[in-house]
Design a protein. Structure first.
Lengths: 486, 292
């Protein structure tokens, strides 16, 4: 039955219910037809036997005397009149024979001439019980002995026309078949129509869920809501509530990502201020030197070079920030310099905590992944690592590619990830942000990796803190712009 | 024999009716006395026997001015016995019983058919056969009408007797149908392969029941014989009833009701004929008796 169950599970309800109706109707129809038909057969045979008995009674009473007198004409006349009198029985042939089996007279003398042997002119009665049975040939035979005062004086043989009965049977059978077929078709159509009506809300809901699975969470339309019954309306309303909740969450997620971005910017802000302020001090010094000793050409050149280095430093820092946070960014391929930008951005933090930063950027000049989210995630991971390690800790960043993927490992010598965060990163399907203050950034990082088709997993580093591994697959078919970081 | 053939399929019904009628007649006879005219006949015809009997009775009552009772019997033998016993004033019998009882019977009137008081006996067979003579019917199952019938038995028996053979020996089997129409039915249905039948009845049937006759054909018509007559007991021939009856029959064609009766019988009239009209039947009878 497993195959049946398998097939049956796959079929739609709009097919299964009408099919079930058809099967039930066929079974019921066959059963009812069988009962009706067997009753008809029994009734027909009873009637035929009653008629045959009445016929033979009539014939017998009319021919006993002529048979005793061997009066051929009287026997024939009685048979001939009986033939017309008992038309309901439909006697085709009635033969009277003497005890030796010689024909005395027959209603159709040409078929059974006087003196012929009964065995030659009349089929042996089908039933020895004296009961007439309706055969398929439309003819039935019956025989009765003629006994007077205990003495056998002959036999009556009758062949009855049952064609009308057979025809009636056939008609009843066809009527039953026709009626049943018509009812079956009608009920199946009705079943199909009703089930189709009943499952319509389910189909609507199914389509809405399908759209949601494809990423388009849309509420069920007002028109559908109005057309649906009360139960379906409640179902739709619940779906719409859910769709609204999902849309809200999507919006919230977007806001969170934005806020997270701003949050990391905040974390960078003081470092960046230092990054700009430090060269500024040198630049002011250089300006003072220029004011005092500007007349000396060698001093002027030194100061100019100093100014240039300082301004370059400021420019790089500002460019990196802009590249990360500029809202009107465009999609472009990741450059090796993008990863180095991250190094620039975290430098103040690294310096402040005197962190040993091991930087292994093995990226080619350009790689086909979306640069902006990758920078964002890598920055997030490196900042996390930096904040996780103690003073003078170690952070390792290694970026490399293979044929299909970009791999970025960020390891640190910190205490390692909390268990629940590690569990979250290990669980492929978890969709909810983890509890706790540090979880949100990782959750968004994981989401961004997932949006790029990649993964973010956590492990243990030999440093020996946490080890994060980001894998982003190479984009196929999208030509990135070779736009420089600025 | 006569054309009073018997019964058509309703012979039994008529016989029953006849018996009941006879019972009625008997009781009424007691009440009414000798004035009632009693006329006997075998159920003559065909499809309208009862109409015919009503009409005949009506005419006879009107013509004789006396109550008339018609008495029907199945066989000529019964009718003959009633005449001889004086139970009826006259009877329509066959030429054969008349001749056989000539000394005790007297002619009352003889029907005229096609302008002559004579008729024929027919040998008939299945329509598909080609026999043209009695010889061709040898070995048949043969249907006779009545052992006291001239056309339905005596004519054929006499012809065979002239060849020194009995009907039982010439035919494989014979039987009596007690009615000329039944002979036609027996042959038409195939029960008998051939039959001896009254030519007058056969010709009337030809117009009245063409389908029945169509299944048969005439093998051969016999010589002409005296038409089955109306006869009475010679001893009562001068009684008032018999005299009135004779007058009524002979005057039938002059009366409108009488002509209706004659039309139903397809006869021209009744006439007074000499006993010699039946001499040929007497000769046949002698032939058969000698052979027997």
């Amino acid at each position: 039955m497993t195959w049946f169950t398998a097939i049956s599970d796959r079929l739609p309800l709009t097919f299964k219910v009408p099919a079930l109706v058809v099967v039930l109707m066929i079974v019921i129809g066959a059963g009812v037809s069988q009962v009706v038909f067997s009753r008809l057969v029994a009734t027909q045979e009873r009637q035929l036997n009653d008629l045959a008995d009445a016929y033979l009674d009539g014939v017998e009473s009319a021919i006993v005397d002529p048979v005793l007198r061997q009066d051929t004409w009287e026997i024939f006349d009685a048979l001939d009149r009986a033939r017309r009198l008992y038309q309901a029985v439909g006697p085709l042939q009635t033969v009277v024979a003497d005890p030796q089996g010689a024909v005395l007279a027959a209603s159709d003398p040409r078929a059974a001439p006087i003196g012929a042997k009964i065995a030659d002119v009349f089929p042996v009665p089908a039933s020895a019980t004296g009961k007439v049975e309706i055969g398929g040939q439309g003819r039935a035979t019956v025989a009765r002995p003629l006994v007077v005062e205990g003495r056998m004086i002959g036999d009556i043989y009758a062949e009855l026309d049952t064609a009308a009965l057979v025809h009636e049977r056939a008609q009843v059978l066809w009527t039953l078949l026709g009626t049943n077929a018509a009812l079956t078709v009608l009920l199946a159509a009705l079943g199909w129509f009703m089930v189709r009506r009943m499952v319509r809300p389910v189909n609507v809901l199914f389509a809405a869920l399908q759209r949601a699975a494809d990423g388009r969470v849309e509420p069920i339309s007002e028109i559908e809501m109005r057309n649906a019954g009360s139960e379906a309306s409640r179902l739709f309303a619940q779906f719409n509530d859910m769709a609204k909740a999902m849309a809200d969450r999507e919006a919230l997620t977007g806001r969170l990502a934005q806020e997270e971005r701003l949050s990391s910017l905040g974390r960078l802000a003081s470092g960046l201020a230092h990054e700009i302020n430090n060269p500024l001090g040198g630049l002011f010094n250089a300006l003072d030197t220029l004011k005092v000793h500007g007349a000396r050409p060698e001093v002027r050149e030194d100061v100019a070079r100093l100014l240039e280095r300082g301004l370059f430093g400021i420019r790089d820092a500002v460019r990196s920030v802009l590249a990360t946070y500029r809202p009107d960014r465009q999609v472009r391929n990741l450059l090796g310099a993008d990863i180095d930008d991250v190094r620039l951005l975290v430098r103040p933090e690294v310096r402040r905590k005197r962190i040993e930063l091991i930087w292994e950027n093995q990226l080619p000049k350009e790689f086909e992944v979306d640069a902006f989210p990758v920078r964002q995630v890598v920055l997030n991971l490196v900042l996390n690592a930096c904040s996780a390690v103690p003073e003078s800790g170690t952070v390792l960043v290694r970026a490399q590619v293979d044929a299909a993927d970009l791999w970025v490992d960020v390891e640190d010598s910190g205490p390692g990830l909390p268990a629940h965060v590690e569990a979250f990163l290990g669980a492929a399907g978890s969709e909810s942000p983890v509890a706790g203050t540090t979880g949100l950034g990782l959750w968004i990082a994981k989401r961004m990796a997932a949006e790029l088709g990649g993964t973010l997993t956590a492990g243990h580093s030999s440093l020996p803190g946490a080890a994060m591994r980001l894998r982003i697959p190479r984009r196929v078919g999208i030509e990135g712009e070779s736009q420089h970081v600025a | 024999m006569a054309h009073q053939t018997d019964p058509m399929g309703r012979r039994d019904v008529l016989a029953l009716g006849g018996a009941a009628l006879a019972g009625l007649v008997a009781s009424q006879a007691v009440a009414a006395g000798p004035a009632t005219v009693k006329f006997a006949l075998t159920p003559v015809f065909l499809t309208s026997d009862l109409d015919l009997l009503d009409k005949l009775k009506s005419y006879l009552q009107q013509a004789t001015g006396r109550p008339v009772q018609l008495v029907t019997r199945r066989t000529y033998q019964e009718i003959t016995a009633m005449i001889l016993a004086g139970q009826v004033d006259a009877a329509w019998v066959c030429g054969f019983p008349y001749v056989a009882n000539k000394t005790q019977m007297q002619l009352v009137a003889v029907p005229v058919w096609h302008s002559r008081p004579v008729y024929q006996s027919y040998l008939i067979s299945d329509a598909a056969r080609t026999a043209t003579d009695l010889e061709h019917l040898k070995g048949d199952i043969h249907a006779f009408s009545d052992p006291d019938s001239n056309s339905g038995y005596l004519v054929t028996a006499a012809e065979l007797a002239s060849k020194a053979i009995s009907p039982e020996a010439f035919f494989s089997q014979t039987f009596y149908t007690y009615g000329h129409r039944n002979v036609v039915r027996a042959v038409g249905s195939g029960l008998a392969q051939s039959g001896s039948v009254d030519g007058y009845v056969y010709e009337v049937l030809r117009t009245m029941e063409p389908d029945l006759v169509a299944a048969t054909r005439v093998v051969r018509a016999s010589a002409w014989y005296g038409f089955p007559p109306v006869a009475c007991l010679a001893a009562t021939a001068n009684s008032e009833n018999t005299r009135l009856l004779t007058k009524a029959l002979l005057g039938m064609q002059a009366d409108p009701t009488g002509r209706e009766v004659l039309a139903m019988l397809e006869l021209d009239s009744f006439s007074a004929e000499p006993p010699s009209l039946f001499d040929t039947i007497g000769a046949n009878m002698e032939l058969v008796r000698k052979r027997a």
